[in-house]
Every structure is written in structure tokens, then in C-alpha cells.
Design a binder for this molecule. Structure first.
Ligand SMILES: C[S@@+](CC[C@H](N)C(=O)[O-])C[C@H]1O[C@@H](n2cnc3c(N)ncnc32)[C@H](O)[C@@H]1O
Length: 178
């Protein structure tokens, strides 16, 4: 019995289990996550609205986002960034496996008369022949991936970049925690 309890309480090795799907696609949890995404006052599923506004302004200026810019937003959630970038006339593809978020993103995009391609899929398996000037992955998703998954995803990003394209990752860093 004691051995069984010890086994149950064993800590898994770092990245031994990938549980992102349970967190983001379960019907109940994903509805709560969507509510947090849309609460502009908190930094939970997405960052707060003024931070997003400021970041979009920076992204647009840093990467010269405009009419001919093709952007892939990995883990786009309800499209808070995708929508703002589409307003700048960029061609945006958002990839996310949360049904609640993708449904919300599609509705809010069409309500605003904008056009964004949303793909409901695990981004680790996403493939396309399109090439992007900018690939973004925002709110620390990269940190949730194992070293092997990161390597695979960076390879994927590299293969999907247009010549001279850029990848923007928003990650935790030792510096940021000081
Ligand atoms: C922390 S949220 C950030 C959402 C968005 N980038 C933002 O900042 O508003 C992470 C998003 O990535 C999605 N996600 C996490 N892992 C994923 C995976 N393997 N494939 C597709 N989507 C994933 C989640 O559903 C969630 O919408």
C-alpha cells in the first residue's frame, strides 16, 4: 500500500506528459479559458487589453506589417492579435485547437467584415504550402513544449518562412523574472 501511494505521488519528469490539449480543448475548461481571454483586465489566458494594444503597435512597426504581410499566429486563441493585424490589412492565418476560441474568432472576424483564415488543429501537426513573412506565438506557449517539440516546431517555422521572414516568440526568461 505504501509503495502504491509513493508511486501515485511520484513527480513526473519535466515534459514527461503533454497535457495542453486537456487544458485548452476540454469543453468546460475551454469555455472558462475563453472568458479569461476576453477579460481585458487580467493577464490569464491572454494578456490584458492595454498590453495587447501596445504589443500590436510594436509588432506592426517592428515588422512593417501592412497590405502584403503574411502572418501565421500559432495558438491564436480567440484572435485578439490576429484581428488587429488583419485590420492593418495583413493576410493572417490563425491556428488553434480550441473549438470555443476558434468559433469566437471566426464570429468576431466576420462581424467586423475582416477576413482571416482560422485552422482548428494542433499546431504541432499544422502543415501548409503557404510562406509567411512573420510567424508569431504569443503568451509563452513555446515554454510549455518539451525540448524535442520546440526543436520540431522551430524546424516547421523555418520551413514556413518567406525569404527574410521573422519569428516572434513571447517567452519567459530569467531576466524577465527579476
Ligand atoms: C496562453 S493562450 C494564448 C492565446 C493568444 N496567443 C493570446 O495571447 O491571446 C495559448 C493558446 O494556444 C492554444 N494551444 C496550446 N497548445 C496548442 C497546440 N498544441 N495546438 C494548437 N493550439 C494550442 C490554446 O488553445 C490557447 O488558445
Amino acid at each position: 500500500m505504501f509503495e502504491l501511494l509513493e508511486k501515485i505521488n511520484e513527480r513526473p519528469a519535466p515534459f514527461e506528459f503533454y497535457t495542453a490539449s486537456e487544458l485548452w480543448t476540454d469543453e468546460h475548461t475551454s469555455r472558462q479559458m475563453l472568458a479569461y481571454h476576453l477579460n481585458g483586465d487580467v493577464d490569464l489566458s491572454s494578456r490584458n487589453s492595454s498590453f495587447i494594444k501596445e504589443s500590436v503597435r510594436w509588432i506592426v512597426s517592428r515588422f512593417k506589417v501592412g497590405e502584403n504581410t503574411k502572418i501565421a499566429d500559432f495558438g491564436c486563441g480567440p484572435g485578439l492579435y490576429a484581428l488587429e493585424l488583419a485590420r492593418k490589412k495583413a493576410g493572417v492565418t490563425g491556428i488553434d485547437f480550441s473549438n470555443s476560441s476558434i468559433q469566437y474568432a471566426r464570429n468576431s472576424t466576420s462581424k467586423r467584415g475582416l477576413s482571416i483564415t482560422y485552422v482548428q488543429q494542433n499546431y504541432l501537426n499544422f502543415e501548409t504550402d503557404e510562406r509567411f513573412d512573420l510567424i508569431i506565438m504569443i503568451m509563452c506557449d513555446f515554454c510549455a513544449l518539451s525540448p524535442d517539440q520546440r526543436k520540431g516546431l522551430l524546424r516547421k517555422f523555418y520551413s514556413m518562412l518567406a525569404p527574410g521572414g521573422s519569428v516572434l516568440l513571447d517567452v519567459y526568461s530569467l531576466k524577465a523574472s527579476k
